[in-house]
Design a binder for this molecule. Sequence first.
Ligand SMILES: [Zn+2]
Length: 518
Amino acid sequence: MTQSRRITIFDTTLRDGEQSPGASMNIAEKLEIAQALVALGVDIIEAGFPIASQGDFEAVRQIAESVRGSTICGLARCNDQDIDRAWEALRHAERSRIHVFLATSAIHREFKLKMGKQEIIERAVAGVRRAAGHCPDVEFSPEDAARTEPDFLCEVVEAAINAGATTVNIPDTVGYATPAHMGRVIRTLRERVPNIDRAVISIHCHNDLGLAVANSLSAVEDGAGQIECTINGIGERAGNCSLEEVVMAIRTREDYYHFTTGIATQRLVPTSRLVSNITGIQVQRNKAIVGRNAFAHEAGIHQDGMLKERSTYEIMRPEDVGLAQTDLVLGKHSGRAALGDRVKALGYTLSAEQLQTLFVQFKALADKKKEVYDADIAALIDEEIRETDEMWSISRYTLSAATGAVPKVTLSLKRGDEEATRELSTGDGPFDSLFLAIEQITGIEVVCKDFRVHSVTVGKDAQAEVTVEVAHRGQVFRGRGVSTDSIEASAKAFLNAINRVAAAGGKAAPKVSPYERA
Ligand SMILES: [Zn+2]
C-alpha cells in the first residue's frame, strides 16, 4: 500500500476570486466567506492584497484578527512598502503567511518591469528577506512562471528559498500551460534546484484554456504539494482552478493519485452557494460537482441502472459534496432552534444577535408565503450581510404604469436621518423611471449592463431575486435585491449597486493596476 500524500489547499477566492469583474465584496461578506472556508477545511486563506486599497487592508486585518483555524495570507509586490503593509494587516492572525510576487518571464521583464535577470533575482531575494523578517511563513511567486525560461526559473527559485521562502508558487498567470507542460516545469524544479527540499512547491493555474484543474493535478502528480484555487473557479478572466473540482478529483481517484486533502467535502455545495450568492456570479448548471445538473440523471437507461445499482452511473454520491437530498421546508410555526440548524447547514456563522434579526425576518416572510425553503433563508441572510454598510435605503415609493402611458414614480430614499424625495414622470417603463429616480437622488450615474429577475424557489408566491450589473467610470458593480414583490426587489438591487459605487468612493480605478497582480 502506498502512503497517501497530504496536499495543502490554498484558497484565493477572497483575493484572485475577487478580481472577477463585479465580484468585489464588502468586509462583512468577506468575513462570512472566510468563516465558511475554515469550516470547509481550507489550509490557507489568501484574504486580500493589503496595499491595494484601504478596504483591502481592513478586510485582511479583520479576518486575521477574528478568523481562527486556517493560516491567513496577504499578497504583496516585491517592495518594502507592500510587504510591511501586508504584515501590518496580518500580524494578529493565529498563523500568518506573507505572499510576495515578482514577474520573471522575459516578456514581463522587458515590457513591464524593465529589469534585467540579475536585478530580478536581487529584488526577489530582498523581498523574501524582508517578509521573513516579519514572519516565518513566506511564499514567493515568480509571476508568469509558466512562460519563464526554465534555467532562469530554477535560478530565481533557488535564490528565493535561500533567502527564506518556505513555499515557492508556480503561477500560470495567463493560463498558457497544458498538463504535460506543467508537469515538466515542476519536474525540472525538483531535479535541478538543489535546495528544493526546503520548500513546498505550489501551483496556481488560470483557466483561459479550460485546463486549470488538469494542470494543477499534473503538477501535484509531479511533486507539487500545494494547490491554489477558488470556490466555483472564479477569478481573473476565465478564472482559477476550481477548488471543488480539484478536491473531488483527488478524492474520487485516490486509487490512482494516492493524495488526500483536509477538505470536508460535504461543505462544498453550501460553500459554493454562499460564494455565488455573495458575489452574484452564478454557477452554470452543468458545472462539475456544484452545478444544478451535476447529479441529475435524465436518460432513461441511466435512471434504470441507477435504480438497480447506483455505482453503474455515479462516481460520486451527492451527499459526499453536501447536496441535500431533500430541501427542508420551514413554516411559520418553526422555532428559532430549527432556523439555527438550517443556517448552520447552509454554511453561515451568525452571532446570537444576527440570528435574532434573521428570526424576525423569517417570521415576516413565513406570514407572506407558506413554505420557507433553504434558498429563502440564504437570501435573507445575504441581504442582511450586504446591507451592513449601505449608505442609502428605500423609505417608500409609489409607481404607476399603463399601456401607452408614461410611467409615474415618487420615490423617497433615506440616508442616515435625512430623507430625499423625487417625483418623476419619464422613462421607458416602470423600472427605467424607478432607476432614474434613484440616480437623481443619490447623484450617482451608472450604465446598466445587465438586469435579471428570477425566483428564489418554486411557486407563485416565491421571492423574486433581482441581480443588476452597472458600470461607473469603467468599473463594474453588482447589486442584488430580494422580495416577494419583484418591483421592490428591483429597486433594492439597483440601489445596492449604487451603494457599492458610493462605498468605493466613486473611485475611478483601483490603486494597483490589475496587470500587476499575480
Ligand atoms: Zn492568479
